[in-house]
Structure formats: C-alpha cells, structure tokens
Design a protein around this ligand. Structure first.
Ligand code: GLC
Length: 564
C-alpha cells in the first residue's frame, strides 16, 4: 500500500466562534483566523480543520446548518473564505471542513418545504411519523418512540401544521435527514463536490455513524431513574452505514488526490473501525472513537469518576492493536466537545500545569495514528471556573441541567459539579492570545467569558518562552515529521497493570523508541527491561532522570538502534 500523506500529518482544529474576533462583535470570524495563521503554521501542523462556518441559527453553535453552500455572515463571506483557504495553502497546509449531514437546521429550506404538508416533495427528506397509536397527537406519551434526545427532552418534536412528529437526535432545531432517500444523498454529494472543487482538502464528518437508522424505529431500553428510552442502539452504526459511506466515497472522493476524511463516530467499536478505515473498502481514512474520553464515566451520569490509568491504557492498547494491519487511528484528547485535558487527566495547578500538559501531549502524539490538536491545547489552556448555571451557554449543558433538576430529582449542586468538570463550554472559552483585557480575543464583549487565567496563560507568553507548552508541541510535531518510527513503528504497551506510569515502545526497522509518562504528582521509578540500552534521550519535559526516577508528570522519550 502507498503511504498516504496524512499518516505523518498533524491536524489543528479551530472553533471559529472562539478563535479570534477581528470586528469586535464578540464572536470569532474568518478575518480573525486569517490574522493568526502564522501562529498555527509556526506549530508545524499540516492541516487545519474548521468547525462549521456555514449560515446557521447557531442553536448548537453552527452544528445546525441552514445553508450548506455559503458562509455565516457573522463569520464573513465566501470571499473571506477563499482568502483564508489561499492563506492556508500558501503556508503549505491543507483545509478540512466540518460536514454536518446527519441533520440540518430546521431553518434550512429543505426542512421548511418538508414540514409544509404530508405530500410535500421533500416530506421524505426527514423522519416524519404519526403519534403513537391510541394517543392524542401532541400529548405526553404520544411520541412515536420513547427515545430521548442527546441534549435532553424527547427526540421527537410535534409539528401542529401537519399533526405529525419529526425526529431530532440532537436539538429540536436539528431535524435528522433521511438518508434512506436517494435524493437526500445526491444533494449531500453534490454539495461536498462543490466544496472540493472550490479547493478544500477534505471533511471531518459530524456523527456520521448516525446516518443509517433502524427504519422500524423501535422503542429503547429505559435506564433506572431516566425519563426516556435509549435510541442510540437503533440509530448508531445502523444497517446501511457502511453502504452509505462507500457510496459517498465513490461519488465524491474517488479519483481525487490528497484528501483527508475523518468520521466522528461515538460508540464505534474497534472491529467496526477496521471496516470503516480499511482503504480497500473505500469509506473514510480514519474515525474518531470515544472510548478514551468516556473512560472516566460511570453508572451515574451525575457523579465524577477519577481516571483509572490502567483502563485508559487498555483502551489505547486495544485500538493500537486492532488497527495495526488495516485501517488507521486518529489521536485526540481535546476538541470542542471535551473538557480541557490538562484539567481532566493532568494537573492544572500553577505548579504542574505546563509539565502535565506536555506529558499528556507527548504520550498521545507518539502513538500510531494522526494526532489532532484543539485550539489552546498548545498553550495548556485549562477548564473555566464556572459558578452557576447562568455562566454556561452550551445547549447540552443547559438541556441536561433542566432535565436532571426539573424532572429527574437531581440537586442543582450535584449537576453543577459535573458540568463544571465536564461541560463542553470548558473547551469553548475564547482563545487566549495575550494578557490584555479579553485576552486579545475581542475588543468587544466575548460571547462566552474569557478565562481569568489568561494573564499567565496566553499565546504571546508561550511563543516568547522556549520552554513553553507551545514549543514542546512544536518539537513533538517535528519529531513525527522527522522520525519514521513515530509514524510507522509497531506499538507495544509496557507495564499494563501500573496505575502510575504510561509506557510503550515503537519499533520500526532498526529504530526503537521508548515513551514513558508519569501520570502522578509524585516521583515514580520506572522498571525498564534492558534499561542500560536506552542512552539517547530524545525528548523530555523535566531534567533528565537519574536511575529511572521520573519526576512528577515527567515524560521521557528514548531512542535506540536495534538489530532488525
Ligand atoms: C457532534 C459535534 C457536536 C454537536 C453534535 C451535533 O458531536 O461535535 O458539537 O453538538 O455533533 O451536531
């Protein structure tokens, strides 16, 4: 197999709303991104992925699209977009767009037409169903299935205009498109081709494992204490998901060069991921799985569970082994849906923030797969000190809070404790450019508060300090580009039962790398087999260890030559 370029690439994700605001309206925009391209290029990344920038009522911050072929006016114009694309290409990088086609906005003309009447030509573009038999339409319990929506409440919205319900796995302003209808698929492929013809280099596909549903739409099991049934088993990895992605590949990607496609797939198993990413099957290049960011979940959604390092290592070991022969991994800690990793799996206190942020970056990036860096991760940005529910903006946080406190008997404080640690808004606070008011993000009032720690944690300070998290990420990315063992080495997990150290080797030809990260705030001695053979320390975030005693949160990367 030829080695595709994205095997050695690193992707940088921008959440445009929170990246940089050039016109002072408190919301990031394309001009703001254009102004900061050198920051991104300076890291050495190969690809920029933009979260959605299309016209949108912004019910879910742009993941509710009302026009797939234009730019949201708050963000700019198509001319700004072309300038941004050229600026990215001029710097030798590529641009990947977010593709959100499991659902559209309810304000998309397709849906407006669909809801008009039961015999609208676009009726069947969405999932319309009558009330449950024996129930008065629009009354409690009459929803066609018992499914809950991901953001709280029922997954069905009653539409009095025609007396039927439409399905929305996410908010009521995100009706699910009906992929069973070939006309829907044609329209999506046409739109994708339009963007590729304009020069974009690929797509990150939003919840793309939700597009095929069990068309019989059965009720879901109801967990104890929960209001709704679980629809996920009936709408995730449905019977036609592989078929649809293969068709998309044939109709959009085949014959085009140098693209990158990545499918976001909550709940995907290793076995399914092999099928989705096996190049011979022609579906997508890689998928985002969620196992390692769901590892600190437990039976009770409103309780915080500490990280168990052995579980985390078990997950990575399984994915590394599963995609060894066929397919490809993606690697991420952070994105716009996850809390900040330094606050979650590291230590964001002033003493250990930078040290642990670097260790986490190093442990992740040196696995086999394509790493993704989310804006601010390269600065070691942290979670936000949220107070009350009024501080949150995310539709998911607000929806879950309402459902849990109003209908499921939870106290506001227990819900807030979890939201403060896990809410998506932690990732969405404005990018911290400098120490000035509003962190240099905007001259106006930011749509979501800037983290008060921007006085210490900001890009200007990080770029000026050769010891910063930023420069550590830069070295890490350079190592991937320069050392084939990082890209292609075989992966072996060491010390799987150790709760404190994360250790593995990568071996490629005559080169072997040893990576060890200390996941604790205490010094830990590593029991390394054949310890004397490791002489070349390639990368670390603390003084070189003596006798294999790793300092708190220390990462070490050694290299040696072996007989192949
Ligand atoms: C994906 C996005 C998330 C969004 C959801 C619905 O999970 O990453 O931000 O809310 O899909 O589009």
């Amino acid at each position: 197999m030829d080695n595709p370029w994205w095997h050695s690439a690193v992707v940088y994700q921008i959440y445009p709303r929170s990246f940089a605001d050039a016109d002072g309206d408190g919301m990031g925009d394309l001009r703001g991104i254009i102004d900061h391209l050198d920051h991104i290029a300076g890291l050495g990344v190969d690809v920029v992925w933009l979260s959605p920038i299309y016209p949108s009522p912004q019910d879910d911050n742009g993941y509710d699209i009302s026009d797939y072929q234009d730019i949201e006016p708050v963000f700019g114009t198509l001319a700004d977009f072309d300038e941004l694309l050229a600026g990215i290409h001029d710097r030798g990088m590529k641009l990947v767009m977010d593709l959100v086609v499991n659902h559209s906005s309810d304000e998309h003309p397709w849906f407006a037409e669909s809801r008009l009447s039961k015999d609208s030509p676009k009726r069947d573009w969405y999932w319309w169903r009558p009330a449950r038999e024996g129930f008065e339409p629009g009354t409690p319990g009459a929803e066609p299935t018992n499914w809950g929506s991901v953001f709280g409440g029922s997954a069905w919205e009653y539409d009095p205009a025609t007396g039927e319900y439409y399905l929305h796995i996410f908010s009521r302003k995100q009706p699910d498109l009906n992929w069973e209808n070939p006309a829907v698929r044609d329209a999506v492929y046409e739109m994708m081709n339009w963007w590729l013809d304009r020069g974009v280099d690929g797509f990150r596909m939003d919840v793309i494992d939700h597009i095929s549903k069990d068309v019989s739409l059965p009720d879901g099991a109801v967990a104890p204490g929960s209001l709704y049934g679980q629809g996920a088993p009936h709408y995730m990895h449905g019977p036609r998901n592989h078929e649809f992605l293969h068709e998309m590949h044939e109709r959009v990607f085949a014959g085009r060069e140098a693209l990158l496609t990545v499918g976001e797939m909550p709940g995907v198993t290793v076995e399914e991921a092999v099928k989705y990413t096996d190049p011979a099957r022609g579906e997508v290049d890689m998928v985002f799985n969620f196992d390692h960011v769901w590892v600190d979940r437990g039976a009770d959604p409103w309780q915080l569970y500490p990280l168990q390092l052995t579980k985390l290592k078990g997950i990575f070991a399984r994915w590394q082994a599963g995609l060894r022969e066929k397919g490809w991994n993606s690697l991420y800690w952070n994105n716009h849906d996850q809390p900040r990793v330094v606050s979650r799996y590291g230590d964001d206190s002033p003493e250990w923030r930078e040290r642990s942020a670097k260790m986490l970056g190093g442990v992740l990036h040196l696995h086999r797969g394509t790493p993704y860096v989310y804006q601010g991760e390269e600065l070691g940005m942290t979670n936000y000190p949220f107070g009350t529910i009024a501080d949150f903006r995310d539709i998911e946080a607000l929806g879950h809070y309402a459902q849990a406190t109003e209908h499921e008997g939870r106290s506001p404080e227990e819900v807030l404790t979890v939201l403060r640690a896990r809410s998506r808004d932690n990732a969405r606070t404005p990018m911290q450019w400098d120490s000035s008011a509003q962190a240099g993000f905007t001259t106006g009032t930011p749509w979501l508060a800037v983290n008060p720690n921007h006085k210490e944690i900001n890009a200007a300070a990080a770029v000026a300090d050769p010891d910063s998290v930023y420069h550590f990420y830069r070295r890490l990315i350079a190592l991937r580009h320069d050392e084939p063992a990082v890209v292609y080495g075989d992966f072996t997990m060491l010390m799987p039962a150790d709760e404190r150290l994360y250790a593995y080797t990568r071996r490629h030809g005559s080169t072997e790398l040893l990576v060890i990260g200390n996941f604790t705030g205490e010094p830990v001695t590593a029991e390394v087999p054949d310890a004397g053979a490791w002489q070349e320390l390639v990368l670390t975030n603390a003084p070189a260890p003596e006798n294999w005693v790793l300092e708190p949160w220390q990462l070490v990367v050694y290299r040696r030559q072996v007989t192949p």
